[in-house]
Design a protein around this ligand. Structure first.
Ligand code: NAD
Ligand code: IPM
Ligand code: MN
Length: 367
């Protein structure tokens, strides 16, 4: 999917790599391998610096996001390639909140772009749907909502316990993501934007979303805009996914609908995402998590991370290289060279090697 705002478009890039936990640490090195190979022919200068932030470090040293990390990433790197965080030994998920949510919030990465794109007809669980029916962009608000960590317990551990989790929505935050949805549609020649909320029940927070949406849509007369409650959207996206081009929604609903969308397009192993602030250091990660159930087995699907890397290359302005990665992924799916989650028998690292060769071949054919 095109249309990711540029960071620099120059010939050199510095990438911070945070593989993280579980399969994050397995798929990310494959993506780095493919990125290195695909940027070599055009002599792109791409430098990777790896950071060992994750559960092991947190358990060993008590450090999640080191102090000064945000400033360093902001000032010294163009982009961050991220794997996944989450470890059964950290049931609170505190390190993931500090690192992943911390970076989203502190780098102000207010757009979480999660394309849902069917790359091969056989991958969708929907009957009679093909590639042309499943091609949409979920734009998830990424810096506020129910994720801000505002709340608390009262009388914790007693029968009278109360737990409060605040849903924080700012005028500025809602407006910029809704506006971006329309801009994304306009810049990519897409005709339809759907805003989804739960304003029938969340009568304060999503009343704000309603008012802002009504205001902003007026500036985009050529784009067909509509509203669906999130429950209805979940139903409609399964019933007839072809009716959507761009979906814009709040942080939590975007999280849920993007996993649903991922499955419509072949599963979590394939789904990419970009956490963006246009023009600033942005973070790229597959939609999936650390998958403890398959971690360490060498069978995780690296295609999500490779498609994520393609989004990162587009952000860097390196379109031919991005296209080469996409061509390689499509070839893997066409030739059924895939990991067990997609019914194949390839291992993670074998896929990486295969994709390296295919990306280089694709680049050669472009010239
Ligand atoms: P998950 O995405 O890790 O796994 C869900 C299911 O999808 C599992 O069956 C898993 O095996 C499968 N799956 C996911 N990615 C796959 C891949 N690349 N190849 C093959 N199969 C794949 O979600 P979960 O099990 O709910 O969460 C596990 C941990 O990951 C939790 O700690 C959660 O908080 C964390 N998490 C982190 C992120 C992130 O860092 N961005 C995202 C989601 C979940
Ligand atoms: C995602 C993940 C995260 C989220 C978790 C790990 C906090 O599910 O990136 O989709 O909910 O944003
Ligand atoms: Mn999620």
């Amino acid at each position: 999917m095109p249309g990711i705002p540029l960071r620099n478009g120059g010939p050199a890039a510095r990438i911070a790599v945070i593989p993280g936990d579980g399969i994050g640490a397995e798929v990310t090195p494959q993506a780095v391998k493919v990125l290195r190979a695909a940027t070599r022919p055009a002599r792109r200068s791409i430098e990777f610096v790896e950071f060992d932030w994750g559960a092991d470090k947190y358990l060993r040293e008590g450090i999640s996001l080191p102090s000064g990390a945000v400033e360093m990433l902001r000032d010294e790197f163009d982009a961050i390639l991220f794997g996944a965080l989450g470890d059964p030994r950290v049931p609170s998920n505190q390190h993931a909140a500090d690192i992943l949510l911390g970076l989203r919030f502190k780098l102000d990465l207010y757009i979480n772009a999660r394309p849902v794109e069917l790359l091969h007809d056989r991958l969708t669980p929907l009957r009679d749907r093909t590639e042309k029916d499943i091609r949409l962009m979920v734009l998830r608000e990424n810096t506020e909502g129910l994720y801000v960590g505002v709340g608390g317990f009262f009388k914790k551990g007693t029968p009278d316990e109360i737990a409060v989790q605040e849903d924080v929505n700012s005028r500025k935050g809602v407006e910029r993501i809704i506006r971006y949805a329309f801009e994304y549609a306009r810049q990519n020649g897409l005709k339809r934007v759907c805003m989804s909320d739960k304003s029938n029940a969340m009568t304060f927070a999503h009343d704000l979303w309603q008012r802002v949406f009504k205001e902003v849509r007026q500036e985009y007369a050529n784009i067909e805009s509509r509203h669906l409650y999130i429950d209805a959207l979940a139903m409609e996206i399964v019933r007839e996914p072809g009716q959507f081009d761009v979906i814009v929604t709040c942080n939590l609903f975007g999280d849920i609908i993007s996993d649903l969308g991922a499955q419509l397009a072949g599963g979590l192993g394939l789904a990419p995402s970009a956490n963006i602030h246009p023009g600033k250091t942005s973070l790229f990660e597959p939609v999936h998590g650390s998958a403890p159930n398959i971690a360490g087995k060498g069978i995780a699907n690296p295609l999500g991370s490779v498609l994520t890397s393609a989004m990162m290359l587009e952000f860097l302005g390196w379109r031919s290289e991005a296209a080469a990665l996409r061509t390689a992924v499509r070839a893997a799916l066409r030739e059924n060279c895939v990991t067990p989650d997609l019914g194949g028998s390839k291992r993670t690292a074998e896929m990486g090697d295969w994709l390296v060769a295919k990306s280089v071949e694709a680049l050669t054919q472009q010239h």
